[in-house]
Every structure is written in C-alpha cells, then in structure tokens.
Ligand binder design. Structure first.
Ligand code: NAP
Length: 302
C-alpha cells in the first residue's frame, strides 16, 4: 500500500481563503483584527516562524505587529530584567483595545519564566490558547481558543476524510502545546472528535505495541525518526507534527527539515500520511489566524 499524502498546504490555503473573506467583511464593518507578536532575543528559528505568521496574516488582511524585546546577552545579567521588559509590554498590549490577540513566541531565553508571562496575557487575547483558563476550558469542552497546532491536526483529519469518531487515536507526546490539548479535544463527545485516545511519552513501556494499535497515529515528539514503519498498523493514518533540523551538506543552508516519523518507509504501510514540510505546519498558521479573527469578534462584544 502506498499512502495518500494529506496536503496540509492546500487544506490550509482553503481555510485562509475563507478567513480572508471574513476579515474583509470585518474591515468593512470597522473592525481590523490585530495580532501582537512578542519576539524575545534573536533566536533564528523563532524569527523565521514569526516572519511566516506576519506574511500569512498580511495575506489574510489581519494586522500583525512584531514587538521585539531585547534579551540580556550577558549571562551574568539578571534575566529578571528581560522578564520585566516582556511583562511591561504584555501589560500595555492587554490594556490596548485595538489589540485583539497577543502571542509570546517560544522559547524565551533561559531564566525567563515563560509560565508567569503566559499567565499574564489577558485570557481573552490568548490566541495561542496556552493560558490555564483556556486550556482548562478545552478539558471541559467549552473552548474559547484551541491551540493552533492541535486544532490544525483535528482539521486535517476531518477535512481529509479521516474523521476521528470511534477511532483509536494514539498520540506520542504530551506537551501543553500539542499532545495534551489534542488528547482533550479528540476525546470530547462531539463531531470531529469522539475518539478513544491514548497518550504516550518517554516513560511509556513498549511504545511500538501501543502505536501498532492506532487507527490514527499522531507523532509530536520533536525527535526525528521516533516512529518507524514497524510501529505502524497497516492502513493507519499518520500525522507527523514534528519539525526537526537534520544536517544535510547537499543543501545550501546545511540542513533539511524532517518530521518525527520515517516518512519514506511508513508511506508504504499507512493509508494516509502528512509530509514535513507541507502538512501540519501550514495548518498551524491558518488556525492561529482563525483564533485572531475570533478574538476580534470577542473584543467587539466585550
Ligand atoms: P515537547 O514539548 O518537547 O514535547 C515532546 C513530547 O514528546 C514529550 O511529551 C516527550 O515525552 C515526548 N517524547 C519525546 N521523545 C519521545 C520518544 N522517543 N518516545 C516517546 N515520547 C517521546 O515538544 P512539542 O512542543 O510538543 O513539539 C513536538 C514537535 O512538534 C517538535 O518537533 C516541534 O517542533 C513540532 N511542532 C510543530 C508545529 C507545527 O506547526 N508544525 C507546532 C508545534 C510544534 P516526555 O513528556 O516524557 O518528555
């Protein structure tokens, strides 16, 4: 069997087109959705992700403003200084009625307490869905903002005809950003969910025996080749969330991006699989923009 490739870029483009029409209508009605992105320090990968968000936001008609915060480079300096700077900016953005969504691009420099900062973002503007209030709402099935990556995974499944209802979904990875919210979302008793969910991690005993039980296998480990072909049940749907840089001297930039699964081998076993890049990544951006338009509507009725 050769798996169908789930084209995340095409599905995301369709979602963004629909969003563009919604944003057009909002602008005509006098509401310009506005996302503020806090970018701390000079991490190259973070800067590249942020550029992607700005580009996609602009194409959709959403205003995206980057707030660069200098990080104290001298390791002897108090990281509290950087943290205070970020905190002050969050307070300003929380108070600004024209700003609808705020995201803090992670990771932040060592020593900076990202939890305290994420907790400080107004939960009504927390379009990354990382505030405890928003994560708690997901558990209760009363979500306000779904984190963009797990929401993107759910939409990929539903829109590619792999509805999770009644399926056994095995998620490898239990992060706050991906694995945990995805598990909570897919276990809800509702359309597009209603799955039996198993969450695995580094302390899971005999991981392959569990992944082989999956109708839908989601890999979100941050390690290339965590999932090999013998860990996949023939005919399963495989969603690869991972984005890993692997050295590749044949590329001009010296590396290539790869997911968490052995794509070439699993392609011969699975019924459908997402590529990296071009799978979950574009969906993440589209679902973030979706949250920004939602935040603008929420602000209108505050
Ligand atoms: P994370 O916070 O590092 O969490 C990784 C999780 O995977 C942890 O729960 C860890 O278990 C588990 N894990 C790691 N190696 C494992 C192994 N060999 N076997 C079983 N479990 C293992 O990562 P994350 O933020 O969830 O991100 C995961 C990946 O998705 C990364 O590659 C990231 O770049 C990517 N990502 C992509 C997008 C996108 O838009 N495409 C968005 C977000 C993240 P423990 O809890 O036991 O440590």
């Amino acid at each position: 069997m050769t798996a169908t490739i789930i084209d995340g870029a095409a599905i995301a483009a369709g979602i963004r087109e629909a969003l563009t029409r919604q944003v057009d209508d909002m602008i005509v009605g006098g509401l310009l959705p506005h996302l503020a992105v806090l970018l701390v320090g000079d991490d190259a990968a973070s800067a590249s992700y942020v550029r992607g968000k700005v580009r996609a936001g602009q194409q959709t008609g959403i205003k995206v403003v980057i707030h660069r915060i200098e990080a104290d480079i001298d390791p002897g300096q108090d990281p509290g200084q950087t943290e205070r700077r970020i905190r002050d900016r969050i307070d300003l953005l929380n108070a600004d009625p024209d700003v609808h969504g705020i995201i803090l691009q992670l990771p932040v420099p060592d020593g900076v307490d990202s939890d305290a900062l994420l907790d400080r973002i107004d939960s009504l503007k927390d379009v990354d869905g990382l505030h405890p209030a928003n994560q708690g709402r997901i558990l209760q099935g009363r979500e306000r903002y779904l984190p963009a990556t797990p929401h993107g995974v759910q939409q990929l499944l539903v829109r590619s005809g792999a509805d999770p209802g009644g399926k056994h979904v095995v998620i490898v990875g239990r992060s706050r950003l991906v694995g945990m919210p995805l598990a909570a979302m897919l276990a809800q008793k509702r359309q597009g969910a209603n799955a039996t969910v198993t969450v695995c991690h580094t302390n899971t005993v005999n991981l392959p025996s569990i992944t082989r039980e999956a109708d839908i296998l989601v890999a979100a480990t941050g390690r290339a080749n965590t999932i090999s072909a013998n860990m996949v049940r023939p005919g399963a749907v495989v969603i690869d969330v991972g984005v890993n840089r692997v050295d590749d001297p044949t590329r001009q930039r010296g590396y290539r991006l790869t997911g968490d699964v052995d794509f070439d081998a699993i392609r011969e076993v699975a019924s459908a699989i997402t590529p990296v890049p071009g799978g979950v990544g574009p969906m993440t951006v589209a679902m973030l923009l979706n949250n920004v338009t939602r935040a603008a509507r929420i602000a209108q009725h505050r």
